[in-house]
Every structure is written in C-alpha cells, then in structure tokens.
Design a protein around this ligand. Structure first.
Ligand SMILES: Cc1cc2nc3c(=O)[nH]c(=O)nc-3n(C[C@H](O)[C@H](O)[C@H](O)COP(=O)(O)OP(=O)(O)OC[C@H]3O[C@@H](n4cnc5c(N)ncnc54)[C@H](O)[C@@H]3O)c2cc1C
Length: 385
C-alpha cells in the first residue's frame, strides 16, 4: 500500500487523523487554512469513547493529565432544583473513566505535539481535491498543488471538499440555536464539576477545569445571525434570575473573550463518507448539534477507525470501504440522537412541554442518566499498532 496522505483541516478531527496515519507508517501533511493556530476556543468535554480513541492514538495519558474528571453535576431548572444527577464515579466504574473537561486550546496543543515537526502547514487553503489517475489524488491550493495516495477531508461543518464531492447534497443547515461561550478569567468557586440548566428555549452550562477556571456556555433559540454589541450584558440580563453559580461565572468573564456562533448541522445524512481515495472525517462528514457532547468524540473515533482500516486492509479502496461501513451508521445515529436531545432539552420552549419533561426527568430512576450516556460512550477502538 502506498503511503503519502494529505489531511485537509487542522481541527481536532484532522490532527487526530494525522496522528493515526503517522503511527501506522504514513507520511502525512496537514493543510490548515488559518495562518496561525491561535489558542482560542472555550472548553470541551470528552466521553469514554473519545478518551479511548485518544488512548489508541497514544495521547490519552497526556490528555487525562491535563483534563478534569467530571464527577459531580447534572441537569437543573433555572431555580436551581435538580432534574437529574450525573454520577461520574458510577460512569467510571462502567467505562473506566468519567467524562473529562479540558480547554480546547490545551487539547489542540497536545494533539499538535504528537505530530512530527513540519507535518502541519498553516496558511494553506485547499480549494479542491480530485482523482488524478493511477490511484492518486490531486490537492489544489490557492497557490499551488500537491499529489497524495489518500486525502482526508477534515475541513469542518462548512466543508468545501464535501460540497465539491457531493454537489447534490444540501449541506449544513441552521439548527435554530445559537451559542455564546467563554472561559472565566480566573478560578470560580463551584459546587459541582459539570452542570446544565434548562429553561424555556435556553440552556446554561459549565465545565470545570483543573486550574479552577471553568468554561460556560449559553445556548438560545434564536434566528440565525443575531449578534450583540455587549454579549455579556445581554446574558447577564437574560440569566439574571437563574441560580448560582451562573451570575458568578458571567462576572468572572472578560467581555472580549465571549465567542458567539450559530450552530449548524448536517440534517441530510451523507450517502457515503468516501469518494475515490478521499475520506471525509469529523464535522465534514457528520456535523451534529452539541447536545450530547459527542461531535469531537465521533471525530476521534473516525480517526482511529480510518487508520486501523488502512493498516489492516490490503488496498486503500478496501480500507475506505470498511471505514465508511463502520463509521457512517454509528456517527449518523449519534447525530440523530443529538438533534433529538436538543429538541427535548435546550430547544423545548412551550411551558407545558417543559413542565412535562421536567417532571419525567425528576421521576426517572437514578441510573437513567448513566444509561443514556452509555448508549453512545461505550465504544471500543480497533487496535492501531
Ligand atoms: C458549542 C459547541 C460545543 C461543543 N462541545 C463538544 C463537547 O463537549 N464534546 C465533543 O465531543 N464535541 C463538542 N462539540 C463538537 C466539536 O467541537 C466538533 O465536532 C469538532 O471540533 C469537529 O472537529 P473537526 O476537526 O471535524 O472540525 P473543525 O474543528 O471545524 O476543524 C476544521 C478545520 O479545517 C480548517 N479548514 C476549513 N476549510 C479548509 C480549507 N479549505 N483548507 C484548509 N483548511 C480548512 C478550519 O480552519 C479548521 O481548523 C461542540 C460543538 C459546539 C459548536
């Protein structure tokens, strides 16, 4: 099997794919359009499936050491009453790890550090990738071109490569929700590691980090494109009556650190994750709403599965067929479940529907939250090397 791969996109999915390919003997170039990889982004939670994928890629230990286990927390109502508790220790007994929380910038840095120097090229915007004959793929950039035996399209939810490879696909659509988030400037006293609070068409959540700071996010039903001059003030007013520590988290945040994004997802599933010798991976393949905290975890699963298939199948074509068969049904099912979780969670706004949901959650048996998490997090990676 020939051995040079180009990965388009240096996000979590692209970097993980590059690590997997390097570990299995490929010569890899990652092309990232951003001129510099600035340390931005809020936080991220990783479930057992994501952590196991990181273990398979050889970076699990480093990520665990930099992440905070999320042992305590759950889902609350705006008055602070608990709707469901999450028992991280029980999850750890089931899966070997609780959910962990880590700043995105730290995770990104650890993934970059696992790559050979010179492998990641920034300021490289890819415009197309096409079969060039003899089993090679020609990757065109704004200022040049290169050839590879395999291309991994990890160029995110707005994937240019996906649009070219699947011109009949409608592409990503707006989910109806917009998210504002940040990391606090300094440590905040928190009674729990992790919380989500659901009001009518709104969610506020936090994930605590090892250094005592926390990421928070506010998700709101909203038309797309709405932006605020001072988002922090808008949030202070919107969540003024919500329970502690929400006001304290907002007070511990610098106004210019708040990120605001509309959430897009692929509602129409792709008919394939591969085209010729090009594999789509991560959000480019299955962008989903963040309601299950599974988008990056699925990208990490993709990365390990792809590298393992290429390491064991006799041809690139056979490996890509296996990658498609193993990854498409699972990731698309998780994406459907995430959309459903959003509809029944953050997006639910009718007062009666909210009351019925909250009552059902309060009455649910204590193990229900763990069982819901296990449904998606209990995944075992293939052996890589
Ligand atoms: C609010 C929110 C919270 C989330 N929370 C979680 C969570 O807790 N846990 C979890 O598992 N997931 C979470 N997710 C999902 C997760 O962030 C994504 O699924 C994941 O980051 C996708 O990674 P990716 O590498 O596929 O795409 P991206 O991170 O979008 O990376 C794509 C990269 O490709 C580059 N690129 C794009 N086009 C080109 C081009 N033409 N040429 C070169 N480079 C290009 C981009 O600059 C970018 O760096 C969350 C998502 C959101 C929106």
């Amino acid at each position: 099997m020939s051995k040079n791969a180009v990965v388009v996109g240096g996000g979590i999915g692209g970097l993980a794919a590059a690590i997997g390919l390097c570990r299995t003997g490929w010569e890899v170039t990652v092309l990232e359009r951003a001129p510099v990889l600035a340390d931005v982004g809020a936080g991220i939670s990783l479930h057992a499936n994501g952590i196991r994928a990181l273990d398979a890629l050889g970076v699990g230990e480093e990520v665990r050491a930099a992440a905070r286990p999320q042992y305590t927390g759950g889902t609350r109502a705006p008055d602070g009453g608990w709707l469901a508790r999450m028992d991280g220790a029980a999850l750890e007994r089931e899966l070997g790890t609780p959910i962990v929380g880590i700043p995105r910038a730290v995770l990104h840095r650890l993934l970059r550090a696992a790559l050979p120097s010179g492998c990641l090229v920034t300021g490289a915007e890819v415009t197309s990738a096409e079969q060039s004959g003899r089993g090679r793929v020609r990757v065109s950039l704004e200022d040049g071109a290169l050839e590879a035996d395999l291309v991994v399209a990890a160029d995110g939810v707005g994937s240019r490569l996906r649009a070219r490879l699947f011109p009949g696909h409608p592409g990503p659509v707006y989910s109806g929700s917009t998210v504002l988030r940040a990391i606090t400037e300094h440590p905040v006293e928190l009674a729990t590691d992790f919380e989500l609070t659901w009001g009518k068409g709104a969610e506020f959540g936090h994930i605590a980090f090892t250094d005592g700071r926390a990421e928070w996010h506010a998700v709101l039903n909203s038309p797309p494109g709405v932006r605020h001059g001072n988002a922090l003030d808008v949030l202070r007013r919107r969540f003024a009556a919500w329970h502690d520590p929400i006001p304290a988290l907002l007070d511990a945040t610098r106004a210019d650190s708040v990120l605001h994004h509309d959430i897009h997802e692929l509602v129409t599933p792709l008919p394939a994750f591969t085209a010729g010798r090009i594999a789509l991976l991560g959000d480019a393949a299955h962008a989903m709403t963040p309601n299950l905290g599974q988008g990056a975890c699925q990208a990490l699963e993709d990365a390990v599965t792809l590298a393992a298939a290429l390491a064991t199948e006799r041809t690139v074509e056979a490996a890509l067929a296996r990658y498609d068969a193993e990854r498409r049904p699972r990731s698309q099912a998780v994406a459907r479940a995430a959309r459903q979780a959003g509809r029944m969670g953050q997006q639910l706004s009718h007062p009666w529907a909210v009351a019925v949901r909250n009552t059902a959650l309060r009455l649910a048996p204590s193990g229900a939250t763990i069982r819901a998490i296990l449904r998606h997090a209990d995944w075992t990676p293939p052996r890589l090397v």
